[in-house]
Design a protein around this ligand. Sequence first.
Ligand code: ATP
Ligand code: MG
Length: 289
Amino acid sequence: MDQAANLRRLVLETDKTQKKTKTIAVTSGKGGVGKTSLSVSLAIALAQNNLSVTLLDADLGLANINVILGIIPKYNLYHVIKGKKKLKEVIIEVPEGIKIIAGASGFHQLANLEQKQRMDFIKAISDLDADDYMIVDTGAGVSQNVLSFVIAADEVIVVTTPEPTAITDAYGIIKSIASQAPDKIIKLVVNRAQSVAEGKRVAQRVINIAGQFLNIKVEDLGFVFDDSNVPRSVRNQKPFMVSYPKSRASTCVAVIADKICNKTSERERGSGLTNFFKNLFVGVETDDE
Ligand SMILES: Nc1ncnc2c1ncn2[C@@H]1O[C@H](COP(=O)(O)OP(=O)(O)OP(=O)(O)O)[C@@H](O)[C@H]1O
Ligand SMILES: [Mg+2]
């Protein structure tokens, strides 16, 4: 009896210590493709699935998650990196049901951290192991800061748009990630797709070329429609997942969140016929590119 209770306690304790936050870095080759919009909305969508999420603004040059959420944080990463605050002390809970760690906008010297500062900081992040997910919004491009965040994360989401320049830069960043971290799980989101067909075609193109020419496996995480509710919500400083929950963009992000947390989408389960007809009409879809 006592032995059984002890064993149970041991198993429970091990379980507790083994709870690890899954970190997902959101990055891109080209700037302005929608990393921050996706990071914020994805974090909210995961929280709407009853998962605990921290959103880290790791864009050390032009941090703006707090702007999208309409908050003015007192402390941010600057204070952490300068050793004035502990990471835990700068976490803010926002009404959207997520926690955020605000970035250090305007402190451009932070954009080129010393190796040791970077490592200390990444270690402090990995010590925060209480949540289900941490979404890390990074800057664009192949700087060492961006790559460090990407390499530290369990998975990386590369965001592209259908624009040829964004696609080319997506290959570039995929190649850099794979050369520094060959085992990294790389997933792709096509943002601002004009149609389902366009979203799928762009994803297939990137995935095929990464497979054929770079020998890198990239997973298709889906697409987000081009949707005027996205810039509208930025102007209103209220995320579209909350202010326009039924919008095309919100629906796409909810599907992506379901894929991430491996949950069969309510939408899929509750709309078998819709899916049936969608599948039936694949190919009839017009592609306006
Ligand atoms: N799905 C979408 N539909 C329409 N507009 C979008 C969509 N996603 C993002 N945008 C718009 O694109 C612009 C850039 O978005 P965002 O700031 O999220 O990009 P970013 O990749 O984080 O940029 P940066 O590289 O500067 O960090 C914003 O004005 C945003 O409103
Ligand atoms: Mg951004």
